[in-house]
Design a binder for this molecule. Structure first.
Ligand code: ATP
Length: 239
């Protein structure tokens, strides 16, 4: 069975995330896509982040209607008794150590069958930084990658993002600068599948800004997520 692992901050989960997962699931026959909100995303350790429990709740709401989509607790913080009960949703986010994708992938693979094939889903903007991820080469060797292109990114951007040793020579990648990132890039030590542009120019940052200004969020969010944001007053100034 083909399984997708889609990690992110999901602060909040939005239509861009869902479009990426839909496109990947259809194109690569993924029977399950696990949406894995990170408790502590390594690249966002210093910036404010909504409590894990809210982000997980929003992922659960947004994935409810699609039978292939599952919210996952693979990167959940450890909950203690004070997180259970009426005050749970108002607990401040508790930071622990960063969630590295390599650890998550290895943990997940322990529960998979030999015949299962794992695909790591990521947008090209995040993939641009892959060379700096913890144990990047090991991660790229652990599973297939589905890299979703976004407007403005070329095949050369993808190839040049690879860690040294896996990166093709500049002379090879240079002519790719005008080519859209699509097709497969299979090299020793990695298999990248490039999904053509997911045309959803939305980001969680823009949504948080709009929410802080009291603007409507319906066009970017699943209606249940928009209701959740409103009900809990997430992203409001001073919240
Ligand atoms: P932020 O604006 O807070 O940085 P984000 O909208 O980029 O957040 P993340 O949760 O950080 O969302 O991203 C999770 C994954 O989803 C990343 O791999 C990212 O590249 C991808 N992604 C985010 N937005 C889109 C989009 N509009 N289209 C396609 N992929 C996206």
């Amino acid at each position: 069975m083909n399984i997708g692992l889609f990690g992110g901050s999901f602060d909040p989960i939005h239509r861009g995330h869902l479009a990426l997962a839909q496109a990947a699931a259809s194109r690569y026959s993924l029977r399950q896509v696990l949406f894995v909100p990170a408790n502590v995303p390594p690249h966002k350790q210093k910036q404010p982040l909504t409590a894990f429990i809210h982000r997980y709740a929003m992922v659960t709401l947004a994935t409810q209607d699609e039978k292939r989509f599952f919210p996952s607790l693979l990167e959940a913080p450890e909950f203690t008794p004070k997180h259970v009960g009426a005050g749970a949703l108002t607990c401040p986010a508790e930071r622990g150590s960063a969630n590295y994708s390599i650890d998550t992938v290895r943990r997940l693979k322990k529960s998979l069958k030999k015949s299962d094939r794992l695909f790591f889903l990521v947008g090209v903007d995040a993939f641009r930084d892959v060379a700096h991820w913890h144990e990047a080469r090991a991660l790229l060797a652990e599973c297939d990658f589905i890299v979703a292109s976004r407007p403005g990114y070329s095949l050369r951007d993808v190839a040049e993002s690879l860690p040294e040793g896996l990166r093709p020579a500049a002379a090879v990648t240079r002519p790719f600068h005008k080519q859209p990132a699509k097709g497969d890039l299979v090299l020793p030590g990695l298999a990248l599948h490039l999904l053509e542009e997911i045309n959803q120019s939305v980001s969680a940052t823009a949504i948080r800004t709009a929410a802080a200004q009291g603007k409507p969020l319906a066009r970017w969010l699943d209606p249940r997520v928009a209701d959740y944001v409103r009900k809990h007053g997430l992203y409001r100034k001073g919240a």
